[in-house]
Unconditional design. Structure first.
Length: 139
C-alpha cells in the first residue's frame, strides 16, 4: 500500500479530534507496515505510544498475546480486508481497547461500497477507504 498513513496523517493532524480523542494514550496500529502510525507519536500530543502489529507478530485475526482491554486505542488501515473473518477480527480488535468509558467506535468501508450510513465516501469523485481508531475517549 505504500505511504497511506503518511497521507492520512496530514489530514488527521488538522483535525483536533485526533489530537484530543482518538490518538490518546497507548495504542496499536494493526498491519501498519511499511508506514506505521507510531512514526507520528510526537505529532499527536496525547499519543503516548503506538506499537505496530504486522505479519512477523502473528495473525492479525487473533492478536495472540495482546491482553483484552490493555490498550487505549486500536488503529488499522488496509488490513481488515485481508482477514479470514473480518467481523470476528474487528470484534477482537475492539476487545483489546479499553472501552469501559466509551463504546468501540469504528468507521469502515471498502472502495466503491456504501458506508454504514448508506453513503459512499468520495474524494474528487473517486471512492475512498477509511478506517477510524477504536478506543476510549480521552479523559
Amino acid at each position: 500500500m505504500g505511504a497511506e498513513q503518511s497521507k492520512a496523517a496530514k489530514r488527521r493532524f488538522a483535525d483536533g479530534a485526533f489530537h484530543l480523542r482518538y490518538f490518546a494514550g497507548h495504542g496499536m496500529d494493526i498491519g501498519g507496515k511499511p508506514d506505521p502510525l507510531g512514526r507520528y507519536v510526537r505529532a499527536f500530543a496525547r499519543m503516548l505510544s503506538c506499537r505496530t502489529w504486522d505479519l512477523e507478530d502473528g495473525d492479525a485475526q487473533f492478536l495472540a498475546g495482546v491482553p483484552h482491554a490493555s490498550l487505549d486505542f486500536v488503529h488499522s488501515s488496509h488490513c481488515l480486508e485481508h482477514l479470514r473473518d473480518p467481523q470476528e477480527g474487528l470484534s477482537g480488535w475492539c476487545g483489546r481497547a479499553d472501552t469501559s468509558s466509551s463504546p468501540c467506535r469504528t468507521r469502515t468501508c471498502t472502495s466503491g461500497a456504501a458506508d454504514r450510513d448508506g453513503t459512499t465516501p468520495t474524494t474528487s469523485g473517486r471512492s475512498a477507504c477509511t478506517s477510524g481508531p477504536v478506543g476510549r475517549p480521552s479523559r
